[in-house]
Design a protein around this ligand. Sequence first.
Ligand code: NI
Length: 135
Amino acid sequence: MKTAIIRKEHFNSAHRLNNPNWSEARNKEVFGKCNNPNFHGHNYDLEVKVVGEVNPDTGYVMDVKILKDLIKKNVLDKYDHKNLNLDVDDFKLVNPTAENIARVVYDNILNDLPEGLELTIRIYETERNFAEYPA
Ligand code: NI
């Protein structure tokens, strides 16, 4: 009897999408406004979904307070009001697209998650555009 719990969070970050192996023109063509050299901000929404068996003693898949603290430590404390390219080691060598943010957040939270739970991460870069990992 697997059940999902989902925690929603929010953070604001600046980023720039750029491939250092490409010319300026190619970067501009592929990434458009997200290639702006002086960075720009997004209001990111995050959904962290955890699937597992409901513990008969607690009625919980996991304690949401623990999940909340894991998200704070692994995402909010690291990314909120930061420049993802300049301030966050996770994106020193990784282009901070929604796809890559979702995967990095997944890896970081999974490290701290109790065993036997399945994790899915959604990152909304805008209301209409979001990435989910794993697919
Ligand atoms: Ni952008």
